[in-house]
Design a protein around this ligand. Structure first.
Ligand SMILES: Nc1nc2c(c(=O)[nH]1)N[C@H]1C(S)=C(S)[C@@H](COP(=O)(O)O)O[C@H]1N2
Ligand SMILES: [Mo]
Length: 423
């Protein structure tokens, strides 16, 4: 795990903004902020630093598996077990098995369970076999409901979960799926999550399916990321995407039993749209341009724009305005798609990737359920202290932290950062 991985990726993506900020002279006042893409596009390829060894241009849009931040529970953490122990408990591709039961307390009416005792559990080879016909892949940012920082951007690949449910030949009385992964065979350590069966059968709007995932960015899903197999729920926060998946229960209960529900969270809230600043100088000189960059999580509501504001601390804020709606907000610039996806095998988006066309170009931008990167060049300011903020406006026109302002439905607080302008 590399806690600074995301920052390094982001600064590679936005580097050209910094480079240009130094050489583009004479920006006007706020309302005249130049179109940054227009400014940075010419000669962009010569401005971007090549990887000295490979000669490739950096593409930090997708996160290398080893650079994801890790939210894992368990003592010991399942991914730290020895290879021998992993083989013994089914945490390798050769030994993994998924059992599927009807919930004994609220049984769903199914024709057949997939169990180890009956020798009918699903193994990795059978999962790959299903993948030959049904596999899908889609980009998604892994993000924790309670955190303001993404854990990593992935291109996730696997088999729609409904294909496994179909193997049980369900008849009726099926309303929900409960699932959990390997947790040292200790009931107290189990991390549980659940989904309405309707979401598993059908993909609303243009969403990809819920999958049993075994590949990330073109590689086998590694042990720390939940390999050999984890659940990935495209539109939801990380807690629905259970790692080291080992058990599914088909239930007639209609309510969630997620571990996250016990911790005060809204467990039916899909990913929100919000922005955060990743780079802003603490101090600048009088008149010096200020370059701010950051990222925006493109939640279920999409992303229309990122805006920034800067207010002098000399004048206290007036009135009751907790979400800074009366601040003067100016549009920041969203970065365009990378030209080369060098963190993927062959530098290309593979064929049949959700959200991309046959040429591997994104069908829309920024892509929903991913991270967008933004930058803004602010004009120079007089001496003093200022508060910088950023916010998103989603495709429905809601300003952050709307339309779901409460933290237990997902982090969306507006950041406030202080900049000092000195002689
Ligand atoms: N088995 C298991 N799966 C889990 C967790 C866990 O503790 N155990 N944590 C969840 C939470 S809260 C998050 S945010 C994501 C994080 O995914 P990552 O560790 O791959 O970044 O994993 C989810 N899946
Ligand atoms: Mo999480």
């Amino acid at each position: 795990m590399n806690p600074f991985g995301f920052l390094a990726e982001h600064s590679q993506l936005t580097r050209r903004l910094f480079i240009r900020a130094g050489v583009v002279a004479g920006f006007g006042p706020w309302t005249d902020l130049p179109n940054l893409e227009a400014v940075v596009q010419p000669n962009q390829s010569t401005k971007r630093a090549k990887n000295e060894k490979t000669g490739a241009f950096p593409d930090p849009y997708f996160t290398k598996q080893g650079d994801f931040r890790d939210i894992s529970r368990g003592d010991p953490l399942p991914h730290t077990l020895s290879e021998a122990k992993k083989r013994e408990v089914g945490l390798t591709r050769e030994t993994w098995q998924l059992e599927v039961f009807s919930d004994p307390n609220h049984p769903a009416n199914i024709h057949k369970q997939l169990t180890k005792t009956e020798n009918s559990a699903l193994d990795f080879a059978a999962l790959l076999k299903l993948g030959e016909k049904h596999s899908v892949r889609f980009p998604k940012v892994m993000t924790c409901l309670n955190l303001g920082c993404p854990l990593g951007m992935g291109l996730w690949e696997g088999v729609p979960l409904r294909e496994i449910v179909k193997l049980t030949q369900p008849k009726d009385s099926l309303r929900r799926l409960f699932y959990h992964g390997y947790h040292n065979n200790d009931p107290k350590q189990v991390f549980r999550s659940s989904l309405a069966i309707g979401r598993v059968w059908e993909d609303p709007f243009d969403l990809p399916p819920v999958i049993l995932c075994y590949r990330l960015n073109g590689e086998w899903l590694d042990s720390e990321r939940g390999g050999p197999v984890r659940i990935i729920v495209p539109e939801d926060y990380g807690f629905k995407s259970v790692k080291w998946i080992s058990h599914l229960y088909l239930t007639n209960l209609a309510t969630a039993n997620d571990t996250y529900a016990e911790q005060g969270n809204d467990v039916e809230s899909p990913m929100k749209t919000f922005s955060a600043t990743l780079s802003l100088p603490k101090e600048v000189k009088v008149g010096e341009k200020i370059v701010a960059t950051g990222y925006a999580q493109v939640g279920i509501a999409g992303l229309a724009k990122v805006q920034v504001s800067i207010e002098s601390n000399e004048f206290p804020r007036q009135g009751d305005d907790p979400h800074f709606t009366k601040a003067k907000w100016v549009d920041a610039q969203l970065l365009k798609p990378p030209e080369n996806w060098s963190s993927l095998p062959g530098g290309k988006i593979p064929a049949n990737t959700h959200g991309f066309d046959a040429m591997g170009k994104p069908k829309s931008w920024p892509l929903r359920l991913t991270n967008a990167h933004w930058g803004a060049i602010l004009p120079g300011l007089p001496k003093g202290k200022y508060t910088f903020r950023c916010r998103t406006i989603d495709e429905k026109g809601h300003a952050q932290p709307g339309p779901r302002p409460f933290r237990n439905s997902g982090h969306s607080k507006i950041e406030s950062l202080v900049v000092t302008v000195k002689d």
